[in-house]
Design a protein around this ligand. Structure first.
Ligand SMILES: Nc1ncnc2c1ncn2[C@@H]1O[C@H](COP(=O)(O)OP(=O)(O)OP(=O)(O)O)[C@@H](O)[C@H]1O
Ligand SMILES: [Mg+2]
Length: 497
């Protein structure tokens, strides 16, 4: 019984009081117990119960019960249409029965089993969005008199409260579940998979810089997880509550880039219909991730350098200096040192950005991570398609381990996504992997084969071609190919031509 909150004595006050608690008391069981207990006391009933409809079994079960036999009664389930409660749940109509012994709908089994004398019953349905979710019933008055028709109104009001409480609780549950899902989705989305030394070093360096404002430059080939690492640095640091703003420096021509980065005032140029806040301002107190910094034009490099040196900038067409507190992470897949040496990237800007440098290793440098990544992506994409125990065949895994993955983790992820979609839903096979099924017209000219396999395929086709040319005459064919006839025969049986 819920005893946390005082209950006033006037019935209307009591109802109002409970209504206001509906939104604050979050434990559904406590709340329902409170509602039923109040109803019982208000109507001075001998016993009362709240039964809920189990959607799966289609049966009513006792959620809450009061009275001297409350423990016993909880063991029972009631079919729809069975007894008074079953009748009310099925028809949706409230029912008041002053003398149960005269009513054919009365099913006395439960009362007899638990040894509870019943004379009168009042039972009302609970509905949510028009659907029956259960019933509330009271049995007899404490003083032995029958339940009266006025009691029905009170009981209906309490049933309404209980429905509301259940509705709220279900909504809260749903929101909680959705939040949890979203959070998990976000977390797994940014999970960096890998146990190799080189990857662990990158991740541990990321954690080291996370809590400072130090500019960090992330280097690495395309698809190695540079953006993933930038997000990790932001998330792991003290700025995580603020935004991480991403700007791809390769995507835009210089004038547009300037407007993106610094924003502009209304009327700064044709088309500037209203003020626009730039990425630098949006990232205030947070992190600005400048992706593909190596692609930035010389002019933009100069402007960026100025902001980083002075800590202030102007919106395009603006006169007021704006100062922001931004931590900058940048990334490039170019050989930036070479770009600097050859004069394509400003050395002074490079030093500003490159206070800490983290290099994401290429996948071929950490092949030991391939099985781990492969099974991570198989699970990930399998789950998206509702596949539980999707496996990777030994052969497919072996080939994946051998392959060099020029597109790194992104290529691996894409390959597996395709294999999951195109495969047999049970096991990823070698032929499901796009990299190994890039067939060309030329025998052996195919990614994923070893040199020996490729040469064997070529040899077989080449021999076939020559045999066709000589109408199967081995001596002639051997002569054209300038090999011994015996050697040709050996090759023919070896390749099962
Ligand atoms: N270690 C990893 N664990 C799990 N997923 C990874 C890992 N590394 C990369 N990925 C995934 O691979 C894809 C490419 O990663 P990301 O975009 O971070 O690479 P990038 O280095 O920024 O590539 P680019 O230079 O082409 O922009 C993303 O989907 C990312 O989630
Ligand atoms: Mg990237």
């Amino acid at each position: 019984m819920y005893r946390g909150l005082p209950i006033s004595d006037s019935p209307i006050d009591r109802l109002n009081e409970i209504s206001t608690w509906l939104n604050s008391v979050l434990d559904l069981d406590q709340l329902l117990e409170l509602i039923i207990d109040s109803a019982t006391r208000m109507m001075q009933a001998k016993a009362s119960s709240l039964l809920l409809l189990d959607q799966k079994t289609g049966k009513l079960y006792f959620k809450i019960a009061t009275g001297e036999k409350k423990e016993e009664v909880r063991k029972y389930e009631i079919n729809m249409g069975e007894g008074i409660a079953g009748y009310v749940a099925e028809t949706g109509e409230p029912l008041l029965i002053p003398d149960v012994s005269k009513d054919p709908r009365w099913d006395k089994r439960i009362s007899e089993y638990i040894g509870f004398q019943t004379h009168s019953i009042a039972c009302v349905p609970m509905k949510m969005e028009g659907k029956i979710i259960g019933v509330v019933e009271i049995i007899d008055k404490e003083d032995g008199s029958s339940i009266k028709s006025e009691d029905m109104k009170t009981l209906t009001a309490f049933a309404g409260l209980a429905s509301m409480a259940i509705g709220n609780a279900r909504k809260i549950d749903q929101v909680k579940r959705e939040n949890k899902d979203l959070k998990e989705e976000l977390e797994t989305k940014h999970q960096i998979i890998g146990e190799s030394k080189s990857l662990k070093k990158a991740v541990s360096d990321a954690f080291k810089v996370a809590n400072s404002k130090t500019s960090t430059l992330i280097l690495g080939e395309s698809g190695t997880g540079k953006e993933l690492l930038a997000r990790l640095i932001h998330r792991a640091g003290s700025r995580k509550a603020e935004h991480l703003i991403v700007l791809n420096c390769a995507a835009l021509p210089e004038t547009l880039m300037e407007a993106e980065l610094f924003g502009y005032e209304k009327g700064a140029f044709t088309g500037a219909a209203s003020r626009k806040i730039g990425k630098f301002e949006l990232a205030d107190c947070g992190t600005l991730f400048l992706d593909e910094i190596g692609e930035m034009s010389g002019g933009m490099q100069a402007k960026l350098l100025r902001v980083l040196q002075e800590g202030v900038f102007y919106r395009v067409g603006g006169l007021t200096p704006i100062s922001v507190d931004v931590r900058v992470i940048s990334a490039t897949n170019r050989d930036i040192a070479k770009e600097v040496a050859e004069g394509r990237f400003r050395e002074d800007l490079f030093y500003r950005l490159n206070v800490v440098q983290i290099r994401m290793p290429a996948l071929r440098e950490r092949k030991e991570d391939i099985p781990l990544l492969a099974s991570y992506f198989v699970n990930h994409f399998g789950r998206e398609r509702g596949l539980q125990d999707l496996k990777i065949s030994e052969k497919a895994l072996e080939k994946m381990r051998e392959y060099d993955w020029p597109g790194n983790v992104r290529e691996l992820a894409n390959a597996i996504e395709r294999a999951v979609v195109m495969g047999n839903n049970q096991e990823i096979l070698l032929e499901d992997l796009p990299i190994f099924s890039h067939k060309t017209d030329q025998p052996g000219l195919e990614v994923g084969l070893t040199l020996k396999e490729a040469l064997d395929r070529f040899k077989k086709e080449f021999i076939l071609l020559n045999l066709k040319h000589t109408d199967g005459n081995r001596s002639k064919a051997a002569k054209i190919m300038d090999i011994q006839r015996t050697y040709l025969s050996r090759l023919i049986s070896q390749y099962q031509i």
